[in-house]
Design a protein around this ligand. Sequence first.
Ligand code: ATP
Ligand code: MG
Length: 450
Amino acid sequence: MSMLDRIPKEVEGLARRLEERGKRAWIVGGCVRDLLLGREVSDWDLCTDALPAELMKIFPRAIPTGIAHGTVTVMVSGKGYEITTLRGETTYSDGRRPDAVHFTDDIVADLARRDFTINAIALDPKSGVLIDPFDGQRDLAARTLRAVGDPRERFSEDGLRVLRAARFVATLEVELEPQTRAAIAPTLDTYRKVSMERVRDEWLKAMKAKRPSRAFDVMRETGILGITCPELLEGYGMEQNRWHAYDVWRHGMECMDACTGDPVLRVAALLHDVGKPRSRAFSEKTQDYTFYDHERIGAEIADPIAARLKFSNDERARIVDLVKHHLFHYTDEWSDAAVRRWIRRVGPNRVEDLYLLNEADVRGKGRDFTADLQALEALKAHVKKVREAGDALSVRELKINGHDLMRDAGVPAGPAIGRVLNQLLEEVLADPSLNERERLLSRARELASS
Ligand code: ATP
Ligand code: MG
């Protein structure tokens, strides 16, 4: 299938409409790159010499999403397409946004302000002609990521670009051109100005790569990660114990890569052992290193990291819970009650996440993991059996609630309610037959009077 055949008719239609009004239109940026790579294209972006006011006349129902910098969004069959007026070079003084927008009718000037040569190719959708003044196609063929123009200048204009560079190394599986790479460290002061929301978004985009570690290795080597998350660097080169083939850092990378979960789960995989450097001790007895309590310490370290990166409260809680509970060693000796207590401790809604994280964790050790995966499968089967029995696993599933305790068991309002409910749950986890209203009430009365 040729490139032109892969252009959706909606995009062709938009370009035709512009041409009918005497304007030019090109497909541009990431979508041309992805077309040339044969990758799936998610967003189609057009650029044009029509000025923003003309654009609004040609597409009266366009949404002026970024009209100040020349961008409107046109909805066709429920999908949005961005059309942007050609822009030329400007100055950047805050390291984040151009000082002024200056419109032009020169497609080459528009391509010149873009970040990387492979992102600076335009396609005329009518003729199929590619406009590629910076040899982006050559770099694509060689899988090279090269800044447009002088990399130090370009990275000093906009601090996000160095992070995009690291991300593209992972998602596009390209290599950084040496001078482009060398320009990252000297321009990190501009990177410092990037908002944490944007950093988080880039991290999450990197997590969609087959191997996100490609991005994080670049970030570590160039100093980007030392600014955003120095905690992760503590494990670099730190030897583990005989269960592991890799150092703490590498194991985090391998675990993240092996993790088949969604991007936030992969962030948890990245951070799961962040507590190891601060808990490492040498055991004379085993003549090996130990990492006691590293999950709890790690959860304490992961919490401010997730907050710093502006993850939502739910995402942060998920990341921290997963770090905290990532370690478990299931054996045949676990009783049903032990399995119920495990579910209760990690939280019933974290169980599936922990399966994926544990599988990634054992695969990321770089040692034979057959036995570990067998134990995980055995845990899954045991959890399934326990869940199918339908026994209570949380306070909510007890056959009485706080109200009943106050009214019928004489438990005073206040913190005693939670204490008694939790104690009742502990007992029900050990013996599900206790979960009956009358038995719970009589036990609650005992607890209240003791
Ligand atoms: P993806 O959509 O996969 O994240 P992309 O390259 O399409 O990658 P977008 O953010 O959609 O990234 O941007 C579209 C295009 O705009 C890019 O291909 C590039 O030409 C240009 N661009 C985006 N961000 C920058 C930037 N910070 N500096 C310079 N040009 C940029
Ligand atoms: Mg894009």
